[in-house]
Write a protein that binds this ligand. Sequence first.
Ligand code: M6R
Length: 608
Amino acid sequence: MCGIIAAASERNVSELLVKGLHKMEYRGYDSAGLALHQENDITHLKALGKVSLLEEKLKSENPSSTLGIAHTRWATHGEPSEKNAHPHKSNERIYIVHNGIIENHLELKIFLEEEGYQINSETDSEVIGHLLDYFLNQRNNILDSIYLTKEKLDGAYAIAVLDIKDGENIYLARSKSPLLIGKGNNENFAASDPLAIGKLANEFIFLEDDDVAVISKSTIQIYDATKQSIQRKITEIDSEYQTTSKGEYKHFMEKEIYEQPQAILNTLDGRVGGDDVRDDIFGIGSSELFKKVKRIQIVACGTSLHAGRVASNWLSAIAGIPTQVDYASEYRYRNPHVDEDSLLVTISQSGETADTIAALRYGKEKDYLSTTTICNVPTSSLARESDFFLYTNAGPEIGVASTKAFTTQLTGLMLLVLSLAKSRKMNPKLRKRIITALRKLPEKIEEALELKQQIIKIAPEIAKKENALFLGRGIFYPISKEGALKLKEISYIHAEAYPAGELKHGPLALIDENMPVIALAPESEIVEKLVSNLEEVKARGGMLYVFSDTSIKMDLSSGKFINMPECDFLLKPILYTIPLQILAYEVALLRGTEIDQPRNLAKSVTVE
Ligand code: M6R
């Protein structure tokens, strides 16, 4: 993970770099650092902890520089510490920041030590600077040294390099980790994410794998894998996408929960017309291609995977298409069989999740009919590399815990179901019913958000516990998994989810008065069976919190019923997500955890 940023300008760039790091803290926040070029010297600052600590150091030193690189870290190799923070330097000459993982760093360390280099950190990144220095000492110029270094590196990287002997240029290289250049007015920038430099530049160039680039305040040169000078496409990015303020809310997560009605409206905007979805909403030619699809393979990670699991139920029940769902991190290692006429679907908020990108690239080498992604970042690697793409248009999601990205993914997935069902013999009444329900969904979500006061009352009981169990059946099982993920991620309470019928096959042993059990019990053909499962919990003293829109004949000695708004059954998984997000948020608030940036995590997981 990690975020890197670089700037070459006429003005002092130190504050710009730190501001950019703040915007990329979602990528990691255990330490930060920068290197600023000053005549024949470099100001090199590092701080353990968040970017604000680096900012304090910077204020007290107050350096001025027109050329610099900076980094915010999410530790992969080596604990969070100043020693392991970037930039790493070599021979008091070369300073580098790196995002990614150098897989062969151990063997490179042995090589470098034999060549007389002292390794000063536990990171995989440090070797990059020493390799560059090694090749420079062999009388290569810096560009050639970068290519020679690249030949030695296995793994993923986005790198920015500052050379003390060069007061004009910053050198960049990428392979598998995102890196883009932003063109400003007499200044140029590079960063892992356009968010970091969005206010400084409005034209962006996304470097491709194996590109090397050199930026100065007035020039941008890009070279491809064979060292040929090359032009890459210039992209303009909507400045609205850059809005990242908390407004009246305490946390981004809270703001993002309450933004969901509008976010879903945005996902639906322009995609639904009359009683059906419009043609080609996944891109030109998608409707024609979807007619041929006989099977679907979904790959994703974390919350996005849960969205995929809900969608697999919809795809087979509504569109009659058998669907398999895999963890992106596992998919390519199980030697999957690809059926003829299968569509590969990836789902991702960021579009930069390394495992999901790797699964897409793996899939593109197989016999898939086509690839489609549902994603919240139109400029992301997944969006660019997939044949078809639906932009969820949820707006930037800053809180590490995914909320509006999930419900908009589910909305987008229902649009996929309808698009696929279009050419099949879907009952028109069913189609109309789903479209009507989708149109009403934002107002249903508003109603679910009003459950906040009831949830605030139960949060203190759960906040005191160290474990929690989430139960759901059928399509609500992935929603209970999402509820458990939200709770554990931001409150650090250990939480598990089970299909309720599985309880008696083991987990029931965990139930006593210290185990809160959160159950999703919407009106359905199996609600009676679920109630029997809940009786088993009650009989063993478990505290039950039951979210339901039907009258359940059961007395709760401890716990509570929470009445859910009514909604079309097919969209209830989206609705039932809302109180679970609020519950996790309110519990975490009581426990005083870092809600937007939970420990050990990062928003965009760009390492495998
Ligand atoms: O950006 P992506 O949707 O690909 O990210 C996948 C997961 O890392 C992400 O959903 C993660 O599980 C969330 N932090 C959960 O809230």
